[in-house]
Design a protein around this ligand. Structure first.
Ligand code: SF4
Length: 334
């Protein structure tokens, strides 16, 4: 089995605001192995992106704070690093791409200048002509046609799919160990989406990196991920390999995510709809946080279910796993 590159253990990231404490990430543990793609799924407000920003060291402080837990990258504890130490890791060992590339690209600089800047942060003495050559080479690798010309173009001269490719080129120019992709294809049409996912797969093979893919789209998960973490209300509800998740889900929330899709083999444009809402991070209920939306809830669910391993590599936090599995023995829609 390949080694673990990233390890989260009991991570809690809270936001201290005028209206109270938002416990956005509230005791999350998972790991990512070298070369694998880990999908993190769940509705908005489940803590997926706050977990990713915690890993990147990009939680605005204040009001945010990692109050507990550990984030280890290749054995190195990140939560205790100084800001400049974190900066030297960001971009070089961990990179991140976002749903909307325009929020990360500067409109007044060319694509090439921005890729070169990302490179120069970690290789300050690089020769300018060598930096330009590497930027063009990376643009070619991410499938930008005529990269020698495109390198001097500005973001407004490019399509959404092209911008996402530039973003990927920027994030991979230093050859990171881990790429965090937060809904990287949500803003793109289906054909471009497939091309970008294919590109990420190819780049992963080329560079041997791991990918943490945050998505609400179970179609993307099925196509792309090796393992999956299902998050609900700041906690891990279930985690296992992708095949088992689709064939034998054991948490009512996972089942509900699947059942709200008309056909899980078809990528959904929007988040599946489950009756009710994710509770506010300011006032999570006691006991199981999924209680108000769960068809299996009973008195036992007034106490918080621990995350337990029900078989090798499959962890679930629910008091009624046996009932859920008996009802869905043939898969999530069974
Ligand atoms: Fe539903 Fe109870 Fe399981 Fe929570 S612990 S998911 S409320 S059955």
């Amino acid at each position: 089995m390949s080694e673990v590159i990233l390890e989260l253990d009991g991570l809690r990231t809270y936001f201290y605001t005028d209206i109270g404490i938002a416990k956005s990430v509230d005791g999350v543990s998972y790991n990512i192995r070298t070369g694998e793609t880990l999908g993190v799924v769940g509705e908005s407000g489940c803590g997926k992106s706050v977990t990713a920003l915690s890993i990147m060291g990009l939680i605005p402080q204040p009001p945010g704070k990692i109050v507990e837990g550990s984030i280890k990258l290749g054995g190195l504890e990140l939560t205790t690093l100084e800001p400049d130490q974190l900066r030297s890791i960001r971009g070089k060992r961990i990179s991140m791409i976002f749903q909307e590339p325009l929020t990360s690209l500067n409109p007044v600089y060319t694509a090439g200048a921005q890729i070169i800047e990302a490179l120069a942060v970690h290789e300050p003495n690089i020769d300018p002509s060598e930096a330009r050559r590497r930027a063009i080479d990376m643009l070619r690798k991410v499938g930008i046609p005529s990269p020698e010309k495109r390198v001097d173009e500005y973001p407004h001269q490019m399509s959404g799919g092209m911008l996402q490719r530039v973003m990927i080129a920027m994030s991979l120019i230093c050859g990171p160990d881990l790429l965090i992709a937060d809904e990287p294809t949500t803003a793109l049409d289906v054909t471009i989406q497939a091309q970008i996912l294919d590109l990420l797969r190819r780049m992963q093979e080329d560079l041997g990196m791991s990918i943490l893919l945050i998505t609400h789209d179970l179609g993307v998960v099925a196509e792309t991920c090796d393992r999956v973490v299902v998050m609900y209300a700041g906690k891990v509800a279930e985690q296992t390999d992708v095949h088992r998740l689709f064939e034998r889900p054991a948490h009512p929330y996972t089942v509900a995510l699947f059942q709200s899709l008309p056909d899980v083999s078809v990528a959904a444009d929007r988040l599946p709809t489950i009756p009710g809402m994710v509770p506010s991070a300011y006032e999570f209920p006691s006991g199981c946080r999924f209680r108000d939306r769960c068809a299996y809830a009973n008195e036992a669910c007034l106490s918080e279910p621990p995350l337990v391993e029900i078989e090798s590599g499959h962890q679930v936090a629910c008091h009624h796993i046996d009932r859920v599995r008996a009802d869905h023995a043939g898969g999530a829609n069974g």
